[in-house]
Design a protein around this ligand. Sequence first.
Ligand code: 26V
Length: 829
Amino acid sequence: MPTENTKAAATAPRPAPATAGPVRFAGDPNASYERRLVLDHVVAPGAATLHQRFAAVARAVRDLLTERWLETREAYNRANPKRIYYLSMEFLIGRSLTNNITNLMAEPVVREAMEREKLDLMELAAEEPDAGLGNGGLGRLAACFLDSMATLQLPAMGYGLRYEYGIFRQEIENGTQVERPDNWLRRPDPWEVVRPLRTVEARINCSVHIRNGAPQLEPNQPRVLVGVPFDRPVVGYGGRTVNTLRLWGAAAPDFFDLGEFNHGDFFGAVLDRVTAENLTRVLYPDDSTDAGRRLRFVQEFFLVACSLADILRRFREGNNDWHTLPDKVAIQLNDTHPALAVSELMRVLVDDVKLGWDESWDLTVRTLAYTNHTLLPEALERWPVGLFELVLPRHLEIVFEINRRFLDTVRAKYPGDEGKVARASIIEEGATRAVRMAHLAIVGTHSTNGVAAIHSELLRTRTVKDLADVFPERFGNKTNGVTPRRWLNLCNPALANLITDAIGDEWVTDLAKLRALVPLADDPSFRAAFRRAKEAAKTRFTDWLQGATGLVVNPVSIFDCQIKRIHEYKRQLLNVLQIIVLYNRFRADPNAPIPPRTFFFAGKAAPAYTLAKLIIKLINSVAGVVATDPAVRGRLQVVFLAEYNVSLAERLIPAADVSEQISTAGYEASGTSNMKFMMNGALTVGTRDGATIEMAQEAGEENFFLFGLTAEQVATSRGWYDPHWHYNHDPETRAALDMIGSGHFSGGDPNVFRPIWDVLLTKGDNYMHLADLGPYVRTQERVAELRADPDGWARKAILNVAHSGRFSSDRSITEYATQIWNAKPCPVG
Ligand code: 26V
């Protein structure tokens, strides 16, 4: 049984009180701006471009925080507290300028300087490229966690990779997604600080060559890779703590040294250097190609080896006894991507430090902890044994030995049950033997958690049941959260100000305080003010939309949003089917009393995920047909917003009336946009999946629009479910499908969307769209009815905001700190 939630709440880190006021700044930001503009860019102030002005303001803000950044490091070195390290292949940071200014509470100072210089902060802020070093929820969660750890004054550090190209930029051509490279570091990044003196080495046993874009690994050619740290400040709210995100860039050893290894092969040495630098060139958007997968494996090792070397060096600076490692260091593995930390830490302790196996194992397990973020079998990492052998032969030996000892334990607990042994094993036997990275992570750490209650339960009882049987005490749940600084305070000034006027500003660092809004849900004047705040947010969005894309939408229509990666399990297709049903109702009865709605979609499809790309095309095609039909003008509109990123989410979420969270129950681990929408006063239409279940528990199901099969029902009806039944028995379902299948949305060509027809009917509808379509349509009818009662709508929306406090990442991080890391805040003077 999980043993968490038992520790005294008194040990919980408390956020810095927002009322304590801003820290004092050294220096004059105005002078700093001038200096930065003229000296960094060698340009006369009057001749500077908008981007140069942005860069100068950002550098001036960095100058402001530098002193606190140094003081934070010194405070940690003095106090020698237990430190927290968050290892992640992804950090989806977005923009930093306005976030850093608000967290530093430097807005008055900056605003004054900007006015003097006649600069528009919002215009400058838009010059900053999004740091898109992540694919989706997992990467954004890592960024929210960094914000919370700094705000809670925890001695924490993030470790990741400095991809020169982040997640691809999405363009839509003829309704289809086209991927373009995201060269976000084209111009120098004002936030990063390179630390050449903190360079570390990582050794692999093969050379890597890129031929025709595909990496080739040559065996038995030992290579040294060099990790160069690039540090970024992570400003806690209030500006007291400034933590560090350290991103590794890959390099080859200096080729004067390398020349010796290469026997004077100067050209070879230089080319090797180019190859090494390729390692951190690009973030992986999927794992479709075998060659690509191999380079990803080396990336994962590179992150682990560089980070551990750095962590252990810092540990040794303040501690001389290796046995205190778990008292001084907690390392959290963000999914299995950094799970090679298990074998790398063992390698260092056994081979380099020369501790015995048992001692090393005890230290390793007690230092590391693992978070699982998905149950989808295709997303659970399995690396071929042959690849391990090629790149990391010593690691393979260590993994085999870990497994040998682990399987002895399994056999001792379940004598004679070789089925159990095979299922629990870290090694998957089969045509290609593979290392199951989730098993390695569970066996090699003291804590495994899922990211929402239902997800943790399914992980424990289904996905890795055989391991949970062996180590029941290791399993727990940490429901996700999001930072209220970026996702309410910064992105939605109208609502943030309304809340602060009503209940004070402590909610910014103690989101549970939003409960004080509950009585105001019945206050007519507050409801009216709340509606005005939503209107203001919608206007702000529509103004931007028109300026950026030329699109005009009906501002009084319901803004209904589904924004997330495009994936079959997330069921954008269910939304499309429902829209077609609604479209047909409008056409059948032009005077039907249905409130106008604008459906917004945004999200990227993995470049090799053909069906996901076809779903994007379908959305755009339906949007096109609807847009040109006079029968629905002003009443129904479908918009696909290209290039979904953090900044677009910050614009759209405040303007949303309805949040679509409609995954097949049991498939969405948690979701985090669901929480952002709730905080910003949208009503959720959703299935009982992920954290949406807990959100509805907090707010009361009567304030949610839940529908559809439960995870339990999905699992038990799989055997007999037949989508044809719904096609045959529900005329509206049939009509919608027939329109897709007959070419109504593809200029009469029935072939274009044939694969979608096949997935939904011929191939069995794995994600059970048709089973949930009827209940979904009826739920949307209830949403439309509520729209006719603006006061009733506002009441529910206010109650949602009031009960969103639990979904702050401050709460999540407090749970990690007390129940997994056993780490305490280390306030900086
Ligand atoms: C797998 C791979 C495979 C190799 C190529 C790159 C790549 C990138 C990511 C993944 C796994 C993604 C798992 C993920 O993002 N899970 C999401 O995590 C969120 C934060 O916990 C959670 O809210 C979402 O429900 C869950 O889908």
